[in-house]
Design a protein around this ligand. Structure first.
Ligand code: COA
Length: 320
């Protein structure tokens, strides 16, 4: 078994939907401003019960079902999240407990909005290395819980959700390659202050802080480079891509990248209009939606990318 391949996908979205019009009643904004600058019309917002482990669990169950497997078939659980239920135990352990299984490794990785691509890369290495056969990979975040609802420049951008895949060992590819990058010099462009009470300055609230223009500028450049890197590593060109599944942060970033790749928008999976930016969940949520509605078919070539606070970013080329 030389490769890992996606055996099933799943997702979960909170029940509550908040529209731009509803936000415009709370902060000084308009539906027209939000749609024209971001492409976002609405977002799902978690209830206190819809934590990362809860949403990840439901997404994971859907992915197991789609793969025709049960929780007992899993060798490992990796959860990408920046919004864990607790400081400890990690979210993957809480999800494992919800699944009713024990004794397999379960850990989180904190790579902001790029978390799913990073987690996919880690899972792929474990499977290619022969240590594991079946891994549940979840991307989940509850960014609305760390959103300042009085700050119009950030509160319009984020939503909650979870996406999951089952990655399994296979003789055929599968994950062709993953490409990861980070640049810690950009730590002040997008961050959440510490939530450790003992290390928090009195005046500092643990909300998302963002230099929107800098994030936008960096994202278009870095994502453009990493998708080209992924194509070159596989001796492929844009014409080989059946579906582009980008991080769903802003429709203008997605459009700029699609233009750079010379991909028509009907080859791009877009959910940002209804989901907003769900951080680590954004790519697997979009993947699951397009698999379930029949757009993505077995054997097709997928290009995934994501970027998050750090900055951290990456891409993956996949035969579905
Ligand atoms: N409604 C109305 N006006 C708003 C607003 C809102 N929700 N948010 C900001 N504005 C105002 C600003 O205050 C500013 O007003 P001013 O010119 O009087 O100071 C004006 O709109 C323009 O702000 P600007 O920051 O130039 O807008 P922009 O075109 O850069 O769009 C973002 C702002 C945030 C949509 C855009 O920069 C962006 O999407 N960046 C990337 C964010 C992102 O993807 N983050 C997550 C990455 S993982």
């Amino acid at each position: 078994m030389k490769y890992s391949r996606i055996a099933g996908t799943g997702s979960y979205l909170p029940k509550k939907v908040v529209t731009n019009e509803e936000l415009a009643q709370k902060v000084d904004t308009t539906d027209e401003w939000i749609v024209s600058r971001t492409g976002i019309s609405s977002r799902h917002v978690s209830s206190p019960e819809e934590t990362s482990s809860y949403m990840g669990y439901h997404a994971g169950l859907h992915a197991l079902e789609a793969a025709g497997l049960s929780a007992n078939d899993l060798d490992m659980i990796i959860v990408a999240t920046t919004t864990p239920d607790k400081g400890l135990p990690n979210t993957a352990c809480l999800l494992q407990e919800r699944l009713g299984i024990t004794n397999i490794p379960a850990f989180d990785i904190t790579v902001a909005c790029a978390g799913f691509v990073y987690a996919l890369s880690v899972a792929d290495q474990y499977i290619r290395g022969g240590m594991m056969k079946t891994i549940l990979v979840v991307g989940v975040d509850v960014l609305t819980a760390v959103t300042n609802w009085d700050d119009r420049s950030t509160c319009v951008l984020f939503g909650d959700g979870a996406g999951a895949i089952i990655l399994q060992a296979d003789d055929k590819p599968g994950i062709l390659s993953t490409h990861l990058h980070a640049d810690g010099r950009q730590k002040d462009s997008l961050y959440i202050p510490t939530w450790l009470p003992g290390q928090r300055k009195e005046e500092e609230l643990s909300y998302i802080h963002m230099d929107g223009r800098e994030v936008f500028r960096f994202a278009v450049k870095a994502l453009g480079q990493v998708v080209e890197e992924a194509l070159a590593a596989n001796h492929m060109s844009q014409t080989d891509i059946d579906w582009f599944i980008p991080h769903q942060a802003n429709l203008r970033i997605i459009t700029a990248l699609a233009e750079k790749l010379k991909l028509s928008l009907d080859k791009v999976v877009i959910t940002v209009d209804r989901h907003a930016n769900t951080s680590a969940a954004s790519v697997p949520l979009a993947l699951d939606e397009a698999v379930r509605d029949g757009r993505i078919q077995r054997g097709q070539t997928l290009l995934l990318e994501a970027i998050g606070g750090g900055f951290v970013w990456g891409a993956a080329l996949i035969i579905y």
